[in-house]
Design a protein around this ligand. Sequence first.
Ligand code: NOJ
Length: 518
Amino acid sequence: MTGPLASRAQLLGNSKCWWDNAVGYQIYVPSFADYSGDGVGDLNGITSHLPDIRDLGVDLIWLTPFFPSPHRDHGYDISDYRAIDPRDGTLADFDTMLATAHDLGLKVVLDLVVNHTSDPHPWFQASRDPVSPYRSWYHWRRGEGTRPPNNWVSSFGGPAWTYDDRSEAWYLHLFSPHQPDLNWATPAVAEAVDDIMKFWLERGVSGFRIDTASYLAKHPGYPDNPRRPASAPRIGGANASDWYQLEHLHDIDQLDDVLALHRRWRELADRYDALLFGEVYVLERERLQRFMPDDGLHSTFWFGPFEHTWDPQGFVDMHIQTAAEPFTVSWALSNHDRSRAPSRLGGIDRAVAVQTLQAGLLGIFWLYQGDELMVRDGIIEDGVVADPLSHLEGGTRGREPSRTPYPWHDGPGHGFTSSPTPWLPSSPAQGDTAYTVQRADSSSHWHRVRELITLRKQTPLSEVQTVQWQPGEIPGSGTLEVGQRKLLVNLSDKPVVLNASAVPPETSTWLCKEIEYR
Ligand code: NOJ
């Protein structure tokens, strides 16, 4: 693949947004830093470590949910959208965290989880009464006899419908039965969520990550989904094997209705100069592009590197092709739902190479907490796992290995908590990656990431006209040219040897590990 891949003139025309070329940092709140000593991360813990994040060159932080919750899905099941769960702190702690972040030049974005609420949420409890005005806020349907209303399944396994005796009806949940789906066809739902967004925007947050951003709307007729051929690939973001047996034509990805919502939120966000970026789990680029019109979400994650098996040239190609799409991509290597990149891709060197490539591309460059240390998956003993997915496929599918506490120091507890019983164990395998160890060692990965971010920021977006990939001799290696920025990248498992005198002076001196100057 050679030559200009994309003229980004259109992007340049819109390049006045504060998030263009930004560096984001995802904090998985339960596992970042525990200030209170109860074994679970909290807001004060985040506040105390904001300077560490700022020192890396980060511009914005995404906080995973910290709202009151029964924690059936670790906070992605919210029972009050305008408060703080007591284990995470108070609203005053939130305000202090936000003010500290702003003083340090960091913006903060929150998780908007509104495909569903938790089951104790007062809206859902009220909706169980068939004559309540809240009835239409959820998807309540009558089945046939003892059979649910249709064949939809939950992405966490099992049917997507649960029968409620009190209601004498079934309710829909695309995740666990403790996460009933809101009915976005009801105008009052959209109004209530607008108010929640305004509540946080007025408080000073700079936007939202939209959870399951393409799932929100459902087909109003609730038709059965057709079955898939057994040979169809198991990709697409869901976790349960039941899920792969159906074509998801009617339960998710209802393009027009989903876009209507995104546009509604966009109008609101624009009034606050706020960023909306989505978890749109659509892998095919053409289809993903349909979810990203100019007046919808500002950016979306793209999950290609999470779903494809390792193939150096294939990874280069899919990144470069996605970078050529006419929307702002949020690049990510790891997150709280998938095995961490060094474990998933088969080694730290591969993860470092993909991280380098992503850092060189236009868009938002996201780090998941620990990516800057190349943290691997933690080791979770049997019985420790609390993830709702852990019951699937022999208990091997839990997401906890990617959620183990951040290794701040070497030694017991790794500096995450003073509690002898952290909610998840720090993994011994992570000791050599501790933050303090890496900060003190100028050759560590933490310092490489900081240099990479510095390099990224040295190329003002206004100078960027094209993205080019110049392939090297070994498949999977080459030079990424983004405007004046040149980045040597090597995803192959072989070392690339370069003649130092042949390297143009403007080329980055930050090199992927496996490229050697001779
Ligand atoms: C996506 C979140 O990232 C994941 O952790 C959660 O389980 C589901 N959405 C349901 O909210």
